[in-house]
Design a protein around this ligand. Structure first.
Ligand code: NG6
Ligand code: CA
Length: 523
């Protein structure tokens, strides 16, 4: 396509999705629908990218998206850990409505059940090809602990609307340490059958606890002392795998490689790609080409590797002539953590870098550091005027917002917590939600409005999670913070009891109704 025809396409698409969107006919919309890519980082904090003020690390590829798209300062993940956050994002239903959506072990059965409606189902119904790459962490197969990893799994992402998937079952710090392609171990090695247990070790297999001399790549700082794969001990026990076992230093390359291959193969179709990186979760062990390149050590190098992954995807889109009409949404599943269980010197080498920016708390926490994350929306054909947006937005709304974009109808009773905030995501509405609900690792809920943050009272006596040195935001009393003054520093609940009451009411309503359609006016 030459430049002038790209220009024409942009104009046409921009007018379709711009202010005149509502008046445009269905057929015309369908012709101009964009490809959609989620670039979903793991544990990337509000302050971890250069365009969000990060020190000590350059992120040129992400910067380019931010400079040409909408960069949000009030974008929220639904939860402060991975499994519930991803669950809410992919189903449009708050994970805390179910009690089995906490951090999943590596042998968890598939948490989103085949009958449930997902983001991938939505895109499929609108005629998209759908694919998932990278970190999954939402379980596989029918029953926890009962999977046979040596055969096709009875239930996998194909049952959730994904036409193609190349994923890690859980996290890099949990067994099984193999990629799963369309529900089967990729590169399966019949000479090394795979056994997995989160209860007991397999006779004769070394562990990090008993054989620290075998930990030639990374040693644990807390937990993570069970099976050893690639000189790194993990959570859970595993035997076998042979040539299917991943090497941590190649994980980003594998995921990116498959994703780029998918883009090439699907360049002539409309596609939805869920691209979920392993970076910057522990164990941080990026490829050799990033080693020694950042003064923050492995954590900084993992951020560089994340940025490289973004660059590879964008370069492929450019080369395939797809960049103009592809909507890219870049975000993170939860806030940052520095020492999350390995001796990677992340704490010692921060060198003044602040992973959560000026937010209090981090991953696991009820404070904003747990759930307020980077969010960048990029779509050259439609976003003609780059902006920084303070609109209050939540990942739980992506499903309904993108359904509105794709013209998909969500079947009644599904995605009940998801509302259409497409105009906020595209930067034409600068207000967003009246409130956002946050969910901490200990199930404490919070309500953030433009001005206020309310954290419900809880009986968790820990103020700090010691292993990770994270302020958790727990209190036996309700907390209220004025976000316009100094973030979550001074609890003013006693000063504004009527505001506490009002925000409690919102929480009660959302909790009880199972339907979060905004009905309150709050400031
Ligand atoms: C914790 C792990 C942590 C990380 C987290 C899940 C220990 C001591 N800590 O239990 O390392 O894996 O679970 O992270 O095991 S998440 O981003 O996938 O939610
Ligand atoms: Ca995470």
């Amino acid at each position: 396509m030459n430049n002038s025809s790209i220009g024409m396409l942009s104009l046409a698409v921009a007018s379709v999705y711009g202010t005149a969107y509502a008046q445009v006919g269905k057929q015309e919309k369908a012709q101009q629908l964009p490809n959609v890519i989620f670039i979903y980082a793991d544990d990337l904090g509000f302050g971890d990218l250069e365009c969000y003020g990060a020190r000590n690390v350059e992120t040129p590829n992400v910067n380019r998206l931010a400079e040409n798209g909408i960069r949000f300062t009030n974008g929220y993940a639904s939860s402060a850990t991975s499994t519930p956050s991803r669950y809410s994002m992919l189903t449009g239903e708050y994970a805390w409505r179910r009690d089995d959506t906490g951090i999943a072990p590596g042998d968890a059965g598939m948490i989103i059940r085949p009958g449930q409606y997902t983001m991938a189902d939505m895109f499929k119904s609108a005629g998209y090809s759908t694919a998932a790459f990278g970190k999954w962490h939402l379980g596989l197969g029918d029953e926890t602990g009962k999977q046979d990893w040596n055969a096709p799994l009875p239930t996998a992402l194909g049952d959730l609307g994904f036409d193609y998937s190349y994923i890690m079952a859980a996290t890099a710090d949990r067994v099984p340490c193999v990629f799963i392609e369309n529900g089967q171990v990729a590169n399966y090695d019949p000479s090394a059958p795979i056994y997995v247990s989160f209860e007991k070790n397999f006779p004769g297999e070394p562990t990090g606890k008993e054989n620290p001399e075998l930990l030639y790549n990374l040693k644990p700082s807390h937990g993570h002392d069970q099976s050893i794969v690639n000189g790194i001990s993990r959570i859970g026990y595993m035997k076998g795998g042979g040539k299917a076992l991943w090497k941590d230093e190649n994980i980003a390359d594998s995921i990116v490689g498959r994703a780029v291959q998918y883009l090439r193969q699907h360049r002539d179709e409309r596609f939805f790609m869920y691209f979920a990186t392993n970076d910057i979760h522990v164990p941080r062990f990026p490829h050799e080409r990033f080693r020694g390149k950042n003064k923050m050590g492995l954590r900084g190098e993992a951020i560089m590797q994340f940025d490289w992954s973004v660059g590879q995807i964008m370069q492929a889109l450019d080369e395939l002539g797809l960049a103009e009409n592809t909507l890219v949404i870049l975000s993170s599943d939860n806030g940052p953590v520095v020492d999350d269980g390995y001796q990677d010197r992340a704490v010692e080498l921060l060198n003044g870098h602040s992973p959560a920016g000026d937010l209090r708390g981090g991953k696991y926490s009820a404070f904003d550091g747990g759930t307020r994350v980077p969010l960048i929306v990029y779509w050259p054909a439609v976003i003609r005027e780059p902006k920084v947006s303070d609109a209050l937005v939540s990942q739980v709304d992506w499903l309904a917002s993108l359904a509105a974009l794709a013209g998909a109808r969500i079947p009644k009773g599904n995605a009940c917590d998801s509302s259409d905030y497409l105009q906020s995501l595209l930067g034409t509405d600068m207000v967003g939600r009246p409130w956002v609900i946050g969910h901490a690792a200990n199930n404490t809920l919070s309500v953030r409005t433009k001005q206020w943050k309310y954290i419900e009272a809880n009986d968790d006596s820990r103020t700090v999670l010691e292993e990770t040195n994270t302020e958790l935001g727990n209190s036996p009393m309700p907390q209220l913070y004025d976000m316009t003054v100094e973030g979550e520093r001074e609890n003013v609940a006693a000063k504004y009891p009527e505001k506490v009451f009002e925000l409690e009411q919102i929480l009660r309503q959302v909790r009880n109704s199972g339907n979060n359609t905004p009905q309150f006016t709050v400031q």
